[in-house]
Design a protein around this ligand. Structure first.
Ligand code: GCU
Length: 328
């Protein structure tokens, strides 16, 4: 009997100790989905962010990154996130326009003067920060932006003027602005998920695409399209978002650490992006035989000017676009 009692006491205290140590080291693991390769600069910057968060929370917040659309396309990831089945995702302001109209402010062609103007806008409390917070109550919030460079057309033939786009089927991100832009330039837009584009280009489902030059090497699009025409029509940031349910799992201290680490990774990414894109351009030229073509931008600018005019009048994004113009 005595032995039984003792065993019970030992058992109970063991249970208590286990419960205690469990709560003392309670970990939150957050799954982050994205559609780029592990070697992509945005992946590397998000890994730095995850490492910083782990270190600064003493291992209490772990961010596990799933690259290459393993957990779904950007759209599917956003839907999972809103449903509370996924914690974090890296999307793009173009794709996010369908989830929150404010992100459309970034999708107006020829909006940014240069990289410095772009970063002023991303860090501006009235634009960058406000847009990140604009989805509170819609299931997710934005944490930070990652430079995704400027986007230009690439195809099996050089595109030197909007005339060259006539009759081409151009893959765009699933975004109303991207569709409108390509239509105004005279081509037929085809929205497709990024991960489906290689095959679509290879099989002629689309004739052209538009992206930053890393798509040529890191997504291997340079194997199937040999001309990259530098018209640089848009500069659209990638966006790191977190589901509101997952955000609520963090203590206020952890939230502060996560937000700051995200912001720090945006700034270190600025340098990394510039270095890595220069390397990828070299690789595309030398290893894949892609020809980079300088184009006269003005005819492209003129073709899409109505979008800028319309955006300024738009009740949802007009104030943002006006402020972006002021920050030039
Ligand atoms: C960029 C961006 C991706 C995006 C892709 C696209 O490369 O980094 O997040 O999905 O454009 O065109 O879909």
């Amino acid at each position: 009997m005595l032995i039984k009692k003792k065993a019970l006491v030992i058992g109970l205290s063991g249970l208590l100790a286990a419960t205690f140590s469990l709560s003392a080291t309670a970990k939150v693991t957050l799954k982050l989905s994205h559609n780029n390769d592990k070697t992509h600069p945005v992946h590397i910057s998000m890994q730095k962010f995850a490492d910083d968060v782990k270190k600064q929370t003493d291992g209490e917040v772990i961010i596990r990154i799933y690259p290459n659309s393993q957990l779904g396309t950007q759209r599917e990831s956003m839907e999972l996130l809103q449903a509370g089945s996924l914690d974090m995702a890296k999307s793009n302001a173009s794709e996010l326009e369908s989830f929150e109209v404010s992100y459309g402010a970034f999708n107006v062609p020829y909006l940014f003067k240069d990289t410095e103007h772009y970063y002023r806008v991303l860090q501006d409390p009235e634009v960058g920060e406000k847009i990140l917070n604009s989805t509170k109550g819609k299931g997710f919030i934005g944490l930070t932006y990652y430079d995704a460079g400027s986007r230009s057309f690439y195809a099996h033939k050089p595109i030197k003027t909007p005339e060259d786009l006539k009759g081409l089927k151009v893959r765009v991100q699933p975004s109303p602005s991207a569709l409108e832009m390509v239509r105004l330039m005279g081509a037929s837009p085809t929205p497709l998920a990024f991960g489906e584009l290689y095959t679509a280009l290879q099989q002629g489902v689309v004739d052209a695409a538009e992206n930053n030059p890393t798509a040529l090497t890191l997504m291997r699009h340079g194997e199937v399209t040999k001309f990259y025409s530098e018209d640089e029509h848009t500069i659209i940031p990638d966006v790191l978002v977190i589901g509101e349910k997952s955000w609520a799992k963090l203590t206020p201290e952890q939230q502060t650490i996560v937000k700051k680490a995200a912001n720090d990774s945006m700034m270190s990414h600025k340098v990394l992006w510039a270095e890595m894109t220069a390397q990828e351009v070299q690789k595309a030229k030398e290893k894949m035989g892609v020809e980079f073509i300088k184009v006269e931008k003005q005819p492209f600018v003129d073709a899409v000017k109505p979008m800028h005019d319309k955006a300024l009048q738009d009740p949802a994004i007009g104030a943002y676009v006006k402020r972006i113009d002021e920050l030039r």
